[in-house]
Design a protein around this ligand. Sequence first.
Ligand code: ZN
Length: 165
Amino acid sequence: MLAVEIICAVVSCFANIAPNVGRARPAMEQLMTNVEKTENDWQDELTPEQFYILRQKGTERPFTGAYNNFRGEGTFHCSGCGARLFDAATKFDSGSGWPSFFEKITPKAVSEHRDSNHGMERTEVTCTKCGGHLGHVFPDGPRPTGLRYCINSISIIHEDDMEQE
Ligand SMILES: [Zn+2]
């Protein structure tokens, strides 16, 4: 009888635990972005250069980007998620070697973050929608904003180039 009681006790114990076993885990911490992708997803979707810059906050070498000398109308979109980021009308030649804009297309399109890496105090700019790294913004731009959004060509796609894909 003792053995049966022990077995019953064990079964009862498991019965009490069982409802918790199948319970959903707490929701994973939501990223502060509107695009829910893992870094593995991004690595599969992006080119190695795009992944390095957008997701690992890399920087393309100056004067090498496709849009450094670009002169044209239209809109630049995020190369990670397609969000509209900059109007080509706000692009100017900063001489820095990277595409430069004096204004983002809407206040919320591009987010700004303090960046203390590499021994410098800078302001990083990212795509608000997907969190992709775009470049930095500096307070030495032309009027009317006085800002210089210094952006990697690899982080952006001109809309005409998007339609060709
Ligand atoms: Zn994006």
